[in-house]
Design a protein around this ligand. Structure first.
Ligand SMILES: *Cc1c(COP(=O)(O)O)cnc(C)c1O
Length: 347
């Protein structure tokens, strides 16, 4: 009953088999391996983007920070939600890799940026010319840090505003697959067709050992990304082991299958919690559930081995039994119905 995060589970067996296959022979280094040639072709095909540049890195933080550095100069600002991962969970890596760009924090329910908040911030930026930070880039996250999903129209509404101001758009897709699976759309529809310029196509949270693909639709940025990746220490020499994981992910659309399963488990958990009298803090639209239930219920489920985080963290099992405490529960490709039902049966 592990619901701490979707990175807490094991990697999918197909991924480990692909690693073992990749380990059988010599291969070109630094991304010049034959497996990567296949990955590049498959990702271009999947995203319907024959000219896209495709790179692999091992963490989402590197993927985001290197991408944003290609989009935003040091004297500009990145517009993002105030609960976004780049703001709350990356130890200022975006600021560091951009060489000091600011983040401008925007509002909106369920970690989705409200277009009005973006427009207000834009109208306030660079109002005194050279004295202010300039407009840099827009960064979105889908699915969001609150387990919600931007619809294609909601993405378009934001990217239209960005384009009207000449700003490029980055999509943090640590849970890209969960969002695509939830929307039932294609990867192209959720990215370049909706105005996204760079996407971090996450793998680690969805069954890989540690790989994220950065897909750059404007190939003019490709060389800069390569230089930044090397300079930042994120170019792997034994790159074939990253390629092999991504190959397994793409093969037979394993990424989609795993995401559909994770989302289905979250729906089951969410509905079960509601039936037990819990309140939801955010709608369950992808693979994460944000719910509040009684402290006595938390005691019971934790005594039975349930693993998850209080959300926010600063809550405790000490106190009145009927008081409600809120938690985050994240499902993954390997969450089982037994895990979910076992958890619910404790309540
Ligand atoms: C997990 C996550 C990342 C990447 O995190 P790393 O720990 O650096 O791999 C990026 N964005 C979001 C929204 C995430 O949840």
């Amino acid at each position: 009953m592990w619901f701490t995060s979707d990175n807490a589970g094991p990697a999918h067996p197909s991924v480990m088999e692909a690693l073992t296959r990749a380990n059988a022979d010599y291969a070109g280094s630094y991304g010049a391996d034959a497996i990567m040639d296949g990955v590049r072709a498959k990702i271009r095909n999947l995203f319907e983007a024959p000219d896209a540049a495709v790179y692999l890195v091992a963490t989402g933080t590197a993927a985001n920070a290197l991408s944003l550095a290609c989009l935003c100069p040091p004297w500009a600002t990145i517009y993002c939600h105030r609960n976004s991962h780049i703001e709350e969970d990356e130890c200022a890596a975006p600021e560091f890799y951009t060489g000091g760009a600011k983040l401008t924090l925007l509002d909106g329910g369920h970690a989705r940026i409200e277009p009005r908040s973006f427009e207000d911030a834009l109208s306030f930026t660079a109002r005194a010319g050279v004295h202010n930070v300039q407009k840099g880039a827009l960064s979105l996250t889908n699915s969001t840090e609150a387990g919600a999903v931007y619809s294609l129209d909601q993405i378009r509404a934001l990217t239209d505003i960005a384009k009207a101001h000449g700003l490029p758009v980055h999509l943090d897709g640590a849970r890209f697959s969960n969002a695509v699976a939830a929307l039932g759309c294609t990867p192209a529809e959720m990215t370049w067709k909706a105005g996204v310029d760079i996407v971090c196509f996450g793998g680690t949270k969805n069954g890989l050992m540690g790989v994220e693909a950065v897909v750059i639709f404007d190939a003019k940025l490709a060389w800069e990304f390569e230089l930044r990746r090397k300079r930042g220490g994120h170019l792997f020499s034994k790159h074939r082991y990253l390629s092999a994981q991504m190959e397994a992910y793409l093969d037979g659309d394993l990424w989609r299958e795993m995401a559909l399963h994770a989302n289905a488990m979250a729906t089951r958990l969410s509905e079960g919690l509601l039936a037990k009298g819990a309140d939801l803090q955010h709608p369950t639209e992808a693979n994460a559930v944000f719910a509040a239930w009684s402290r006595d219920g938390h005691r019971a489920v934790q005594a039975a081995g349930g693993q998850y985080y209080f959300w926010p963290f600063n809550q405790s099992l000490d106190g009145p039994g009927d008081e409600k405490l809120s938690a985050r529960l994240v499902c993954s490709w390997c969450t089982t119905e037994e895990d979910v039902d076992g958890f619910l049966n404790c309540l």
